[in-house]
Design a protein around this ligand. Structure first.
Ligand code: ATP
Ligand code: MG
Length: 336
């Protein structure tokens, strides 16, 4: 058990997601287990296509129509008398609508996903507040101004009447964060929230998220493909590969002694601060296979520099047990 965990607020257990298509079904998630704790940041990292966004969307019941949860559970308030399995709920039900945006706030990569071009930011935050709280329009407007101030927007009492297109990308993402916080959620899921921003703005928005998350004791699931963001933000880290958890570790262990060869490869691909901008990054050889063509045994074996012939291609390593640090790799089995 990882030390000094906060209250357990969400448990994903053995989650499986499949997408149906003309050429049969494709398993995008295959037994993912994750835990979110109050006041902690879970970083979820991995290359493109490994299932980070599908995990977030499955938790929130907003998979594309072709996608279906085919196994596992998403437990809200696990182990309490109000425990609920979100997978068992109709994604369009009243309860699920209350959970989305109410209990669990969502921050997108592109803030315009959550914002409309037709309404002022104030009106949109007021709507988001009143969807989940019984407040008068005037009170909700005051709360919206307060929220804009909390996310560091200068002159919130005038910016509340601005339209999104009148704001810079950085300010728009701050508005996106204010929207996500409208109903005081205890859980936030942020899917690449700063990828669309320039480096300076990215650092500012991440610092803001970290501060808000700490001050409010929020459990944050932060999705990124950037190990630098993980280092800055995460308490715990889940490394994903091809729809599974390759490694789960507290952040310090992950950088000090990465257990999975995939994690080691990801760490080697981080650009050094001192590297010349034009230096080629060390990248991981090959590409992530398509989930429809999952390699036998350990899915990483064709790209793994430490592959054990006759073993890694033959059988799959044990999944990382929930709440335990570890790696799904034969090199780690038997080693405590
Ligand atoms: N709407 C969809 N229809 C079919 N397959 C999908 C759909 N959405 C995702 N997938 C499949 O699920 C897998 C995981 O996708 P996902 O979007 O979760 O990746 P990701 O880790 O978020 O990648 P990125 O870093 O590029 O955002 C991909 O291989 C993709 O082919
Ligand atoms: Mg994604």
């Amino acid at each position: 058990m990882v030390e000094s965990m906060g209250r357990h607020v969400l448990s994903v257990r053995d989650l499986a997601v499949e997408f149906g298509g003309d050429r049969g079904t494709l398993r995008a998630l295959d037994g993912v287990s994750l835990d979110l704790h109050a006041g902690r940041v879970l970083g979820v990292v991995g290359e493109s296509g490994c299932g980070k966004s599908v995990t977030a969307r499955a938790i929130l019941g907003i998979l594309d129509r072709a996608g279906k949860v085919t196994g596992g559970q998403v437990l809200l308030d696990p182990g309490t008398s109000s425990q609920q399995d979100l997978v068992a709920l109709d994604p369009n039900s009243q309860t699920m609508r209350g959970v989305r945006g109410g209990r669990i706030g969502l921050i997108f990569q592109e803030p315009m996903t959550a914002l409309s071009v037709h309404y002022t930011v104030g009106n949109q935050i007021v709507e988001a507040i009143r969807a989940h709280r019984e407040l008068s329009k005037a009170d909700a407007r005051n709360r919206a101004i307060e929220l804009l101030g909390e996310v560091g927007i200068p002159r919130p009492e005038s910016r509340v009447d601005a339209y999104p297109f009148q704001l810079s990308g950085g300010l728009r993402q701050r508005v996106g964060i204010a929207m996500a916080l409208a109903a005081d959620p205890q859980i936030l899921i942020a899917d690449e929230p700063t990828t669309a921003l320039d480096v300076t703005t990215q650092a500012q928005v991440l610092a803001l998220l970290r501060r808000l998350q700490r001050d409010k004791g929020i459990a944050l699931m932060l999705i990124t493909h950037d190990m630098g963001v993980i280092a800055q933000m995460a308490d715990d880290v889940a490394v994903m590969y091809l729809g599974r958890i390759a490694e789960f570790s507290p952040v310090r262990d992950l950088f000090a002694r990465p257990r999975h060869p995939y994690t080691r490869a990801l760490l080697r691909s981080v650009p050094s601060i001192r590297a010349e901008p034009r230096d080629r990054l060390a990248t991981i050889g090959g590409t992530v296979p398509h989930p429809g063509a999952r390699p036998s045994g350990c899915a990483f074996h064709p790209r793994c520099p430490e592959v054990i012939a006759g073993r890694c291609d033959q059988s799959a390593p044990r999944p990382v047990p929930p709440l335990e640090a570890g790696a799904a790799c034969f090199l780690n089995e038997g080693a405590a």
